[in-house]
Design a protein around this ligand. Structure first.
Ligand code: SF4
Length: 285
């Protein structure tokens, strides 16, 4: 069969960089073809908790209490309930209440990790871009703050499970990418980047250096080169791992007997059906 040439994405983010490294074929589905994926309860719970913590840190320090954080969670839930990401979960009223209770547990655990009245945020949910030699990086910093010494600190909330030691290094690779984004945009390297894993709860802290910054530049450039090569040669191989259990594209993966070539047509038709729209002619990519 004749292979096609794909248009490579214009930039990489911490998640897309990790996705290509984990499985090039899943990366193609998500970031090259941008195929629709079904809403995911864990991802939506993360969105809800992030929004509640954003609201909390937007308040004066004296108001950042647990009681107000839970009220902010309620406001965030009302604000997001009708959003397609949440409505698409198709939860019953009872399931929705359980979903919000689980998010509440994560907000409570946040208070076990730090005292928000002592945090000095200077930016929340900041979208940043950094142009390096070979690649443009993009990312959203959950929280940028100044510590007691006036140094920049980047905080990223994680609502999934705490990584095992094996995965910790991968998470830290993403963390150092935030340091590069911060340095390029604000002219200063953060003294510390921290991942707050709310489910355990546990904080993982990294201290960026010249060497970690160089490591990000080299690794992200090498991944972008590999992405461009894969796009030119239409060579995105599946890389089966434990992550396959969470992959939305398993039915189209050759490792599971599927055909990647039909993914676009099938998933777009399903998305149209879900939105109650009439079918369109079959797409070819
Ligand atoms: S099922 Fe596994 S190997 Fe296949 S595309 Fe998904 S992550 Fe990759």
């Amino acid at each position: 069969m004749e292979s096609k040439e794909w248009q490579a994405p214009g930039s990489l983010s911490p998640s897309s960089l990790g996705a290509f490294t984990a499985c090039p074929l899943a990366f193609r589905f998500s970031y090259v073809q941008r195929l629709p994926e079904p809403p995911s309860a864990p991802a939506s719970k993360g969105t809800l908790v992030h929004r509640a913590l954003e609201r909390l840190h937007d308040r004066p320090p004296s108001e950042r209490t647990l009681e107000i954080a839970l009220a902010d969670l309620g406001l965030a839930a009302s604000e997001l309930a009708a959003h397609p990401e949440f409505a698409g979960l198709g939860l019953t009223d009872e399931e929705w209440d359980g979903f919000v209770v689980e998010a509440e547990t994560l907000v409570r655990r946040y208070f076990d990790l730090e005292d928000p009245t002592r945090v000095n945020p200077i930016g929340l949910e900041i979208k940043l871009e950094a142009k390096l030699d070979k690649v443009t990086l993009r990312g959203i910093i959950d929280r940028l703050e100044l510590d007691d010494e006036g140094e920049l600190v980047v905080t990223d909330y994680k609502t999934g499970n705490t990584p095992s030691e094996r995965w910790e290094q991968k998470s830290l690779a993403g963390v150092h990418l935030y340091a590069v984004l911060c340095e390029q945009n604000f002219g200063r390297r953060p003294s510390r980047v921290q991942l707050l894993y709310l489910s355990k709860p546990e904080a993982i802290v990294a201290y960026p250096t010249d060497s970690t910054v160089r490591g990000v530049e080299m690794k992200s450039g090498a991944v972008m080169d590999a992405v461009r090569r894969a796009c030119r040669s239409d060579d995105f191989r599946p890389r089966p791992s434990a992550l396959c259990n969470f992959c939305s594209f398993q039915e189209f993966c050759p490792s599971f007997g599927g055909d990647p070539a039909i993914a676009h047509a099938v998933l777009h038709e399903r998305a149209r059906d879900a939105a109650g729209q009439p079918p369109l002619p079959m797409a070819t990519v």
